[in-house]
Design a protein around this ligand. Structure first.
Ligand code: CTP
Length: 404
């Protein structure tokens, strides 16, 4: 519930993407926010206020002269308790209105009279988006400190393809979560490994493990929310890439090692090894599918040890701040500490209990030079956020470019 206790005024303006604003209300609520919908008159031609009223369980406001608010100050009262005003979809017309501070309807007045941040998710035809007047207005909004979310590129309601469609509701919520998150890793470059690896036996068979990748993806996402530039090196998993994160997909431990070293090479500040890397690779893997009748008996597999990616990165001449993860079945603190020393890393995160594969929850114990610190049991997203704060606290402020 990353938007817990956040109150959002959702401004819906006139465009076909208004139908997606209904889903957006739901997504905001799922993330923990309360939502007050305010519509422009044009938006009511696409979706009725009744829809938003039912979804948000609050009265919807359209009219500047609405007398449902006691002191008749809807244009001020509605935004006073808000943490942000989000306009989605924002039509070209409404963006023009905002850029000029016009107050000829309730939503426009609300934006001009606000004390909270304003976020705008444009939605329009690609020609409208590239029109010089719209470009001018958008530039003006940026200059005025308004946060632009999107637009996205792709199929448009008019049948054309291009830039201008509204970001999907989950992506807008993701942007909002990032907007509110403390920028603890702003200016930092982070590389995260995640998921299992896959060691081939032949073209159709291989050895892998039960890692789902959820913890590593949550860590990448939390780093991104904290303002870092994030490169995620992922073993085979079907998880979607967190918004704003660069992703390299790999199969084997060797490929993961090459990709991680490549991603770390130019100025990485933090390396977080969450992946469950196979310890061994099959050295006599077959280029053709092994056939029972051709082998005649059970196959004999030969193994060689895989490179230790974390140890390799930690051993680089100018290494990033390295964080390892470990699943230990017994004597967590002692085994964890000896693993931390063996790998040469300042911080090791131990999973308490090894049956966390695929679950959305986890329990973690931090182990560093000072000793241990439990992070408790929580969702992987929540733990990832706590871990980011711990890492940020340990590495301190980034060195300003001109001070380097
Ligand atoms: N790790 C790695 N490369 C490997 C093996 C592990 O980068 N070849 C990283 C993991 O991503 C994790 C940490 O090292 O961050 C610890 O992994 P773990 O599997 O617990 O340790 P191992 O070194 O494999 O030791 P063992 O399995 O014997 O406990």
């Amino acid at each position: 519930m990353e938007l817990n206790k956040r109150h959002i005024v959702l401004g819906v303006t006139g465009g076909i993407a208004a139908y997606k604003a209904a889903e957006l209300v739901r997504e905001l609520q799922r993330a923990g926010a309360t939502v007050q919908v305010v519509m422009t008159r044009a938006a009511t031609h696409f979706v009725t206020p009744v829809t938003f009223q039912a979804l948000s369980a609050r009265p919807v406001f359209v009219d500047q002269w609405d007398d449902r608010i006691g002191n008749n100050m809807a244009h001020i009262e509605l935004s006073r308790s808000a943490d942000a005003i989000l306009i989605a979809p924002a039509s070209a017309d409404f963006i023009g209105k905002l850029a000029n501070g016009l107050c000829d309807d309730l939503l426009g007045t609300l934006c001009v009279a606000r004390e909270c941040p304003l976020l705008v998710a444009p939605a329009m035809n690609r020609q409208m988006w590239s029109n010089p007047a719209v470009e001018r207005n958008v530039a003006q909004l940026r200059q005025d400190g308004v946060t632009l979310l999107g637009p996205d590129s792709g199929d448009q309601a008019c049948g054309e393809i291009g830039l201008g469609r509204m970001l999907e509701p989950p992506a807008i919520v993701e942007e909002l979560v990032a907007f509110f998150a403390p920028r603890l890793l702003a200016g930092r470059r982070v590389v995260v490994t995640a998921g299992p690896t896959y060691e081939a036996i032949d073209p159709v068979r291989g050895i892998t493990n039960r890692s789902s990748g959820k913890m590593g993806f949550a860590v990448a996402r939390a780093c991104r929310h904290a303002g870092a530039e994030v490169h995620l090196v992922a073993g085979p998993t079907a998880l979607p890439t967190p918004a704003g994160v660069t992703r390299s997909d790999v199969q084997s431990a060797r490929e993961m090692c090459d990709a991680a070293l490549g991603a770390c090479a130019p100025g990485c500040d933090i390396f977080i090894a969450v992946a469950a890397v196979a310890d061994w690779q099959v050295t006599n893997a077959s280029a053709r599918k092994l056939k029972k009748d051709e082998i005649g008996s059970t196959p004999e597999l030969a193994f060689a040890e895989n490179p230790d990616i974390l140890q390799t990165v930690a051993g680089l001449p100018n290494p990033p701040y390295c964080v390892g993860f470990a699943a230990e079945s017994e004597d967590l603190a002692r085994n964890g500490e000896s693993k931390r020393r063996r790998k040469g890393v300042p911080l090791l995160v131990a999973n308490i209990g090894h049956e966390t594969f695929g679950l959305d929850d986890n329990e973690l114990l931090l182990i560093d030079e000072q000793g241990t610190k439990p992070l408790g049991r929580a969702s992987k997203d929540e733990l990832a956020r706590l871990l980011v704060a711990e890492i940020a606290g340990r590495i301190g402020q980034p060195v300003a470019e001109d001070a380097k």
